[in-house]
Design a protein around this ligand. Structure first.
Ligand code: FO1
Length: 333
């Protein structure tokens, strides 16, 4: 629930570079400790015997201020001496793991081998790296995303990095998701939130692997706070990545209608780019509150401005009952 004062406790569901940038904006806009980021773990995989968690780590490095801003992931000015030597030894090196990044994977794998939960590991490294927000894996269990394409089934990182998302996606499998649960920490954060935000991440690759986890949809449906999604589309297109192609291939309506359709009645409102302002009427007819603004958040300051706008706009929103379609949320802009 909202704290005494102007700011709500915010829970952000996030994955990928867009999710990390939204997290940084919200962190800047909120008092210390008011943001909890729940991160996708469907991208996680083992490399060289080490547990690698790209979405969690991209968010961690972004919030710690050490991310490589050019590529959006990994540690700035990192070296590749370990990877180069692994290559010499005959190991595959298509996943570019930097030297300092590798230290995190070694630490995480070591702690997990001692019986720590992933939640505990990420809590500890966040603290040690000076991150003020709470960073939670959506689950402590392994729930690898597999990508079914025209040329076969791939583990997520193999499709995304080694094959540069070229094989056309036909379906996604979130392995083990129906048996894996969200954590008690995630349940509690959502229950106490004053606002839930879905980041402008790829819905199929970053958000739905979390929604598929046991307990996630129930936790969201039981929330007392409004839930708003930030559309990843600008001018009807994804800023980067395979989202446009995936929406078409998976039979989704183009543009923001498709994004709204995908989140269904989990969301009370949607934030869209001002270039797509013409989508407002149709989205409102579908029962959503709509806010149109500049959503490109490549720069930190823009992310913070967007975050402040979302918090102010969402303040007046009410939570729709599941399945309800009412157009009473007088939308701004
Ligand atoms: N993305 C790439 O496009 N190429 C890489 O070699 C690569 C390495 C990598 C290593 C660690 C890490 O945390 C992320 C890395 N990423 C790389 C990004 C990652 O594949 C994506 O961020 C996602 O999993 C999609 O959200």
């Amino acid at each position: 629930m909202a704290r005494p004062g102007a700011y709500p406790e915010v829970v952000l569901l996030a994955g990928g570079v867009g999710g990390a940038r939204m997290a940084a904006g919200l962190e800047k806009a909120l008092p210390a400790g008011a943001l909890t980021v729940v991160a996708n773990v469907g991208d996680d995989d083992r490399f060289h015997g080490l547990q690698v968690c790209p979405d969690l780590d991209t968010i961690l490095y972004t919030l710690a201020g050490v991310v490589d801003r050019g590529q959006g992931w990994g540690v700035e000015r990192d070296g590749t001496r370990v990877l180069d030597q692994l290559g010499t030894l005959g190991a595959p090196t298509w996943m570019k793991l930097g030297d300092r990044d590798m230290a995190l994977h070694i630490y995480r794998t070591w702690r997990l081998s001692l019986g720590w939960r992933l939640t505990q590991v990420m809590g500890e490294v966040s603290r040690r790296m000076g991150v003020e927000s709470i960073l939670l894996p959506a689950s402590d269990d392994r729930v690898p995303t597999q990508v079914l394409t025209d040329s076969g089934m791939y583990p997520f990182q193999e499709w995304f990095v080694a094959h540069r998302t070229v094989p056309q996606v036909r379906a996604l499998r979130y392995l083990n998701a129906d048996r894996a649960s969200i954590t008690a920490e995630v349940i509690e954060a959502i229950a106490h939130a004053g606002l839930v935000v879905i980041a402008p991440s790829n819905p199929f690759l970053s958000i739905e692997p979390m929604l598929a986890l046991r307990g996630m949809r129930d936790a969201l449906r039981a929330r007392r706070a409004p839930c708003v999604a930030v559309s990843p589309l600008i001018g009807g297109k994804a800023v980067k990545g395979p989202l446009d192609r995936m929406m078409a291939a998976m039979g989704l309506a183009a543009g923001n209608a498709g994004i709204a359709q995908r989140y269904g009645d989990l969301i009370d409102g949607i934030v869209i780019d001002q270039q797509d302002a013409d989508d407002r009427a149709a989205l409102r007819d579908g029962g959503l509150a709509v806010f149109a603004t500049r959503t490109l958040i490549g720069e930190r300051e823009r992310a913070a401005i967007l975050a402040r706008q979302i918090i102010a706009w969402a303040h007046g929103l009410t939570v729709r009952a599941a399945g309800e379609r009412c157009a009473s949320h007088g939308a701004t802009s």
